[in-house]
Design a protein around this ligand. Structure first.
Ligand code: ANZ
Length: 859
């Protein structure tokens, strides 16, 4: 083995990466005796080039994958591209090309960047979701869902720019205006496709219970999003000759407030409202006004409430009181039954509405606290009932049951649950997405495009000409128009985890044998921004695939790790009252003789800069650091080491140039320590442990303590930063012993070899070289994770002071944990001590373990 005394990251990395590529080191299949481990990081959108968030995400995943491999598992770590989406479309329009060109180019760049990071990826499984061989199966699956009655089409609101005459995505609406032309965006109802995720609401909720290794925060967010509530559907009869065939159903979670209902409110789209509109012009006008300012669910709690009295009255089911029926913009048509029993005393929305329109407000719940008044706002907390006749004094739970029972007897109420979760609208009025495989019949209705015609591909020419509509054609003797909408890109990311198990299968969507071998994903890693939608949709799709017989697990991701954001310092100057952000790479620091910072300027200019604080790396603050520049300067191992060392994966991590330089310095030092060991000429064989001196034993103990700690950090705590710190500490100890004899050399070697093994998941390239330097026979990529030698852990010896009648007479070395009797025996026999106790009677022996023995003898 030729040993190099200089660390040259670039040649080391080139060589390692070439080796992995030529040997297909990380390609795996199902034919293995080993336990499987599927490690998946959320695949990237090919936006152009890697950013630090990617680097962090993929390094964390890689460290976990390599660690698991060292534990002897059959590890799958795939990579692909979430390739459909709006940016490609915009870039294409801007550059006068086609989205696929832009996307392909970006994938090329980013793939070579990922490769330069040295990730242990099975590249043979790579795919991009914009490839017809991928989305063909998504289209097929959608038609299967259609056949199973799990998808439907209904009119739903989109953002519409009247001057561009186009649908806008939410992110293209800036402060209620079109991003391109600034005109005010309107809501427009158009027919769109929905998947019935609500059918799976209960399972999506209860399944969270089994996700033991998911962050609680994510589970809570999912729970809230699904939003299950328990309540009662109550029926109110309408007192009116013409309209009494309408029975009004309302959903309430607070039946305890039933005696406080003072009016009912209908959604503008409620069937009774529609009936009334036909007769009553004012109501028709009101409905029209509401439809123009359609309130989304997120807005509806805060929007200013407007309403109109229908003049109709409803009959209270328990008191027979007459209650006015209003139409209100704050009532949603697609929640519950699109009507509410209004309790202004105890619901803030009803309270505001009642105040505005002078409707009655009645208090029926009282809290124990004094001064609870409903003059200013509703009392929304639960308490005991008042002003409620026979229900007075009951608690919430008691009142719920009593009222539910009474309503049931009258056949006017039923306990039920509701979900906040809505069906998933998957239509997007976009070009760059997977086309929805449907024919719209001219005569009304839709039929799926048959399997043998899939995939339905994108029409480049149409895109180039800026056309949207499809032409009428004949299909099986019927006039049809092919659907122009494409799928929400969340569709593609909902099943890629399963497709990676059989990426190259052209005959089916998922190969159950392969999927069942690999799934569920053992470790999933990604950003917290995906905590709700992506993870919910992927869980949903997984269950849909299960129910199609494609796989047999209930949940896709066993463990979830959400990595924190990458932050960096930001700098700006002001020009005409506007902040101009300057990249941290273009900043120069000026210091006085004492090293104190005097000013910050832009490189090559006198422009003085202010600090904008440490914030998330973003385009808007121009504080992103290009990882490629750092890789080019220091090598991938430095970038990987810095990223893993700077913070535990779940916390935010602050970029620091100094930190990077520090990481590089450490790797150089690691190289030197290993080199110094490699050139030592002592034998490498096992030494007789009994021959080791204290210092050598201490180093062995440190080595094995470090292995124990680092193993725990990697496997249980996921704190790679403290693992690295522990190895650094161990190496400090190594340098304290010089390899001047065989024993020293051997314990040093053991410490260094184990350090290299423990660092290998983080900085694999350099470790390959160092490993070779120390003449190991198996390549490190096949080496196993080090094991703790329990015997080395014992703190070997302590010195014990021996007194005779309180006077120090000698010292002995004893093993820690050595039994008391043996220690006492040794003490008595110690040469000097034995002289003082000769011919005397030992009265007692006082023993302070690890410290002292006092032998009391007769004088
Ligand atoms: C009477 C009441 C009294 C209510 C009270 C609340 C407090 P969650 O918990 O989110 O499921 N509601 C029902 N359908 C509605 C609709 N279509 N549009 C707007 N609001 C609707 O919400 C259930 C509560 O939301 C229901 O309970 C109902 O108001 C309202 F002191 O009924 B409640």
């Amino acid at each position: 083995m030729v040993v190099d005394d200089k660390y040259d990251p670039h040649s080391v990395e080139r060589e390692a990466q070439l080796f992995w590529e030529n040997n297909q080191t990380f390609s795996v299949n199902e034919c293995s005796e080993k336990e499987k481990f599927y490690c998946l990081a959320m695949f990237p959108y090919p936006s152009g080039k890697l950013h630090m968030g990617h680097v962090r995400n993929y390094t964390i995943a890689d460290v976990i994958a390599r660690y698991q491999r060292m534990l002897g598992k059959n590890v799958l770590q795939p990579m692909g591209w979430d390739a459909f989406g709006l940016p490609a479309e915009n870039a294409a329009i801007e550059n006068n090309t086609e989205p696929s060109e832009w996307t392909k180019k970006n994938i090329q760049t980013m793939k070579s960047q990922l490769k330069s990071l040295g990730l242990a990826i099975d590249w043979s499984r790579e795919f991009a979701t914009c490839e017809p061989s991928y989305f063909k199966w998504e289209q097929w699956f959608f038609t299967r869902l259609f056949e199973k009655n799990l998808v439907y089409k209904k009119a739903s609101a989109v953002n519409w720019c009247p001057s561009c005459e186009t649908v806008l995505a939410n992110e293209q609406v800036i402060d209620t205006s079109c991003w391109r032309c600034d005109s005010v965006v309107e809501k427009k109802n158009i027919p769109q496709w929905f998947i019935k995720i609500t059918k799976y609401a209960d399972e999506l909720l209860s399944g969270l219970e089994d996700l033991e290794h998911w962050p609680d925060q994510v589970k809570t967010m999912q729970r809230n999003w699904i939003g299950k509530s328990r309540g009662i559907n109550i029926t109110f009869n309408v007192k009116d000759k013409e309209f009494n065939h309408h029975q009004l159903e309302v959903y309430t979670t607070r039946p305890d407030t039933l005696m406080g209902v003072t009016y009912l409110a209908l959604a503008p789209e409620h069937p009774l409202t529609s009936d009334l509109s036909k007769k009553n012009n004012d109501i028709a006008k009101f409905v029209k006004r509401c439809s123009r300012q359609k309130v989304s669910e997120e807005e509806f709690a805060t929007v200013s409430k407007i309403g109109i009295d229908t003049g109709l009255k409803a009959i209270h089911p328990l008191t027979n009181d007459l209650l006015p029926i209003w139409v209100g913009n704050y009532v949603l048509i697609d929640y519950g039954s699109g009507a509410v029993m209004a309790v202004p005393g105890h619901d803030q929305r009803d309270f505001e509405f009642a105040k505005k329109y002078n409707l009655k407000i009645k208090q029926v719940v009282s809290l124990d606290k004094k001064n609870t008044s409903i003059n200013e706002k509703a009392i929304i907390e639960k308490g005991n009932l008042i002003n409620s006749g026979k229900y007075n004094d009951l608690t919430f739970n008691e009142a719920f049951s009593a009222i539910a029972e009474d309503l049931k007897k009258l056949n006017q109420g039923e306990v039920t649950s509701n979900y906040r979760l809505r069906d998933w609208g998957v239509s997007r009025q976009r070009y760059w997405g997977a086309p929805i495989p449907m024919f719209n019949l001219l005569s009304g209705g839709e039929i799926p495009i048959p399997y043998d015609r899939l995939p339905v591909s994108l029409d480049k020419q149409k895109f180039n000409k800026g056309e949207r509509n499809n032409k009428t054609q004949e299909f099986n003797g019927r006039q049809v128009i092919q659907e122009t909408d494409t799928f929400d890109t969340f569709m593609e990311s909902s099943w890629y985890h399963a497709r990676f198990t059989c990426s190259n299968d052209t005959s089916q969507m998922i190969d159950p044998v392969k999927a069942n071998y690999w799934l569920p994903v053992d470790q999933y890693i990604g950003g917290i921004e995906h905590a709700i939608l992506h993870l919910l949709y992927a869980r949903f799709f997984h269950k849909l695939m299960r129910d199609e017989g494609l796989l047999n697990s209930d949940e896709p991701f066993k463990k979830l790790l959400c990595q924190g954001m990458v932050l960096s310092e930001s700098y700006f100057y002001e020009k005409n009252g506007k902040k101009i952000w300057v990249s941290p790479s273009e900043v120069e620091f000026h210091r006085n003789e004492n090293g104190k910072l005097t000013k910050i300027t832009q490189i090559n200019s006198d422009q003085e800069l202010s600090s904008g604080g440490v914030t998330k790396m973003s385009k808007s603050k121009n504080n992103g650091i290009d990882p490629q520049v750092i890789i080019d300067n220091y090598g991938a191992d430095t970038v990987r080491l810095f990223t893993m060392f700077a913070a535990p994966p779940e916390q935010t991590m602050e970029w620091s140039e100094q930190g990077v330089a520090g990481a590089f310095k450490f790797l150089k030092r690691l190289w030197k320590i290993t080199y110094d060991q490699a050139i030592v000429n002592f034998p490498k064989e096992e030494t007789d442990k009994a021959q080791l001196n204290q210092q050598q034993l201490d180093l062995r103990r440190k080595t094995h303590e470090t292995i124990a700690k680092v193993t725990d950090d990697y496997s249980r705590r996921n704190t790679f930063n403290t693992a690295i710190a522990a190895v650094m500490e161990l190496l400090n100890e190594v340098t304290k012993i010089r390899p001047l004899c065989a024993s020293s050399s051997i314990v040093r070697r053991e410490a260094i070899i184990n350090s290299i093994l423990m660092l290998y998941p983080v900085v694999p390239h350099i470790c390959i070289k160092l490993w070779e330097m120390l003449d190991n026979e198996v390549p490190i990529s096949e080496a196993s994770w080090p094991e703790v030698d329990e015997s080395a852990l014992q703190k070997s010896f302590v010195t014990i002071v021996i007194q005779v009648n309180g006077k120090v007479r000698g010292r002995i070395e004893v093993g820690i944990g050595e039994d008391d009797a043996a220690v006492k025996h040794k003490a008595i026999r110690q040469e000097n001590v034995s002289r003082f106790i000769e011919n005397r009677e030992i009265k007692k022996i006082i023993f302070v373990p690890n410290k002292l023995i006092n032998i009391v003898v007769s004088v």
